[in-house]
Design a protein around this ligand. Structure first.
Ligand code: GLV
Length: 289
């Protein structure tokens, strides 16, 4: 389990380098507690919302992260959530386990088609592009995006840059791939869900607080949207009594986007290399600063 805050504040004292997980808050107080010899905070994640970057910069503390090596694994998981939510795999599997599979039912678990649907990518960065490549290349989806842009070689020449409102109103699947910042906190609020199609599916593999979870629950219960697939929640871990977990049309995974052997091995190696470089006062191989 993550160390309690008091243990972090105590144990960082005198350290030149800190290896942090995304569950560890690395703010100015932690940097103060470490002392002036602190040179580097190396995060075992690509996202760095748990680190106060401005405080690190002000103190000359280098920050490391682990981009690229988890792009394909996380895009795979976003796609897995997309197809699972579209084909209602979570509730179908629960029904089988509960002994409710009585016969082949012509109208049982009717879901949505992927082929030719419209994908809205909010944040066309590394992972957003990787998801769009899968959906466009494999499933011939029309791709809309807000923020970022595809790169040459993505095969996404037909992808259309639109404003968020257009993306929300026109997409069958909306997948979010922006970092968590004060600007993106609750980007998906009640108004955003209200704009989406009643048949739309919302996917979040980025960070939980990008969606307003109460508003998401309301949208799913009221039929404002058809379903959701979440690999991230707010808070994490999710409370077992969270009302979202009672809904058939919401699939929740425990933040496993980068959870493949090769991604986690590569992330670990990069985090170690960032840490060592920082302690030695060398430029970090991968830094968000
Ligand atoms: C995981 O969420 C990461 O940011 O690497």
């Amino acid at each position: 389990l993550p160390p309690p805050r008091s243990a972090i504040l105590d144990r960082v004292h005198g350290c030149a380098g800190v290896l942090s997980l995304l569950t560890d808050t690395m703010d100015a107080a932690v940097m103060e507690a470490a002392g002036p010899q602190l040179r580097v905070i190396s995060n075992l994640a690509v996202g760095v919302n748990n680190i106060d970057l401005a405080a690190a910069e002000a103190r000359g503390v280098a920050v490391g992260h682990t981009p690229d090596v988890l792009t394909e694994s996380t895009a795979d998981l976003a796609f897995a959530l997309l197809i699972s939510a579209a084909r209602r795999m979570g509730e179908a599997t629960t029904a089988v386990k509960a002994g409710q599979w009585k016969t082949w039912d012509p109208l049982g678990f009717i879901g949505a088609d992927l082929m030719g649907a419209t994908l809205g990518v909010v944040g066309m960065g590394r992972i957003g592009r990787a998801l769009a490549r899968r959906c466009h290349g494999g499933w011939k989806m029309k791709v809309l995006y807000a923020g970022g842009r595809p790169a040459p070689g993505d095969g996404l020449n037909d992808a259309v840059s639109v404003d968020l409102e257009t993306l929300l109103t026109q997409s069958d699947f909306v997948s979010v791939h922006v970092p968590l910042t004060p600007q993106t906190r609750h980007l998906f609020d009640a108004a955003a869900f209200a704009r989406m199609k009643a048949s739309a599916i919302f996917i979040n593999t980025a960070r939980g607080p990008i969606h307003d979870q109460k508003a998401l629950h309301h949208a799913l219960v009221s039929g404002e949207i058809a379903g959701a697939g979440l690999d991230v929640t707010d808070p994490e871990p999710m409370d077992a009594g969270d009302p979202l977990l009672t809904l058939d049309n919401c699939i929740v995974l425990p933040h496993i986007g980068s959870g493949t052997r090769s991604s986690r091995d590569a992330m670990s190696r990069i985090a170690a290399e960032n840490l060592i470089a920082g302690v030695l006062g060398r430029p970090l191989p991968f830094s968000p600063l």
